[in-house]
Design a protein around this ligand. Structure first.
Ligand code: NAP
Length: 189
């Protein structure tokens, strides 16, 4: 995708009042830096996977410097999904911190994210768990617990392998019969 062209159209949407803010999702440091080098309106947010097992330290430093808010998705490691299973909620370090402080592992994760100064989107269809997830605004994490969390081995949950192709995207579009769209979309191999 030609991000520069798409972003110019998104800037136009903001300029004419169709939206208050524009942002990106799943942008790595490299993609974000490339985008920032050409834009008139920088993205307000970059929504990415972030939780204690994937802390995004490098990306957070860049976003802080560039004034782009990180919004953390899969804050509980997309619990129960085929790609993540229960890696975050079954972490021994997190279970130990939760037990010692009378909190759930989910609350430890969400509190930690809030203390990192990022936005958080957690998903639950369960009324009690939604309440539990909101009950995180009293009592800071202890320094020793924050340190333990900083030592957790890092493991990116969602590798998005379904979006990675051996062939250039233009060839795939042509062979799938979508070549007729070539003139109306911009594809960068
Ligand atoms: N921009 C992107 O590329 C992208 C990618 C992935 C996700 N997202 C968005 O991010 C949001 C959240 O991410 P996510 O759904 O991947 O993962 P998540 O919020 O980390 O995990 C959701 C899972 O955790 C369970 N859960 C919620 N609260 C819990 C609690 N207190 N204790 C135990 N289990 C709990 C939920 O089950 P119950 O419903 O049974 O409680 C659900 O199975 C979603 O709205 C999603 O659309 C965006």
């Amino acid at each position: 995708m030609d991000f520069k062209v798409v972003w110019e159209d998104m800037e136009e949407c903001q300029r004419i009042g169709l939206t208050k803010s524009i942002g990106v999702s799943n942008f790595s440091c490299k993609k974000l830096e490339n985008l920032l080098a050409t834009v008139k309106i920088p993205p307000a947010v970059n929504q990415v996977e972030m939780n204690p097992l994937w802390q995004q330290k490098k990306l957070r430093e860049l976003c802080d410097r560039k004034n782009v808010l990180i919004v953390a998705y899969s804050p509980l490691g997309a619990r129960g999904t085929p790609w993540q299973g229960h890696l975050v909620t079954e972490s021994d370090v997190l279970k130990g911190i939760a037990a010692a402080n009378g909190k759930s592992v989910a609350q430890v994760c969400l509190r930690w994210l809030c203390e990192q100064g990022v936005g958080v989107i957690v998903k639950s269809f369960n009324k009690e768990r939604i309440k539990e997830n909101f009950d995180i605004f009293s009592g800071e994490l202890k320094q020793e617990d924050v340190y333990k969390m900083s030592q957790i081995p890092q493991h990116r949950g969602y590798l998005a392998q379904g979006f990675i192709f051996d062939e250039p995207l233009t060839s795939l579009l042509r062979s799938s019969g979508m070549g007729r769209f070539d003139s109306s979309i911009s594809v960068v191999d």
